[in-house]
Write a protein that binds this ligand. Sequence first.
Ligand code: LIP
Length: 263
Amino acid sequence: MTMDYSAVKDTIIHICQKAGEKLHRYFESGEFIHTSKGGLDFLTQADAETDEYLRKEIKKTFPQTELLTEETFAGSFAPFRHKESVWIIDPIDGTTNFSRGDSHCAISVGLVHKDVTVVGVVHLPFENKTYWATIDGESYCNDEELHVSGINNLGVSSVGYDWSWDTKERMRMFQSLRKFVPHVRQPLSMGSAASDICLVAEGRLDGYFIYGLKPWDHAAASLILTNAGGKVTKIDGSEWNVFDSEILATNGLIHQQMKTIIK
Ligand code: LIP
């Protein structure tokens, strides 16, 4: 499929920023309905409305493509794997932060061709930051080109991690952290995978890892990181795919150290 990725990226940035403006009303009032999707996974009225807005706007501009969105997901990724073109959308990554008035949350949109992200936009509406990348270019936050940090020693690094809503995956994380935490200067859990992977791209974190996340959490951010010079694999260091449910995302320099300790 031939597409002008730069033009697509501009359109998606515009749509995400408009969606972000709509979220301000909820964020500032704190008034919205908040329900459990089952277990520890929650959804707000703002997630549902933003999901609908993004679907409508993207479909209007790109009618030929399919949409995989967090709030309309029917339970199987199989229909979306190896597809020519799929939009993978998280209306609010970091819903719990959002619902508690914490600005560390993002709208994430990735265009994926045959399991490979070709355009990624991660917009943090309450921090006025828009991270973006296209497969044939660099990656940026607003107008600043992104580069990963030069830190090559875990003992002086800051590394993010997160807790899945799946309690089995939480226990895997717990086991990994027991091995990992003694070796890292600053372990941080901040609650928005998409935003945190972008922080690695920006050089503010040196690495990030999680078990039990979904394609919409990392589809866009993974491209932003790799274009900024970072590395993305599964936690054991093997090849990563956008439909994998775990990720080791680093500046490249601490990747080997992290993988050896965590796995
Ligand atoms: C959340 C993540 C968070 C992770 C959760 C969840 P949501 O996304 O970004 O960092 O720990 O497993 O996936 O549910 O707020 O879109």
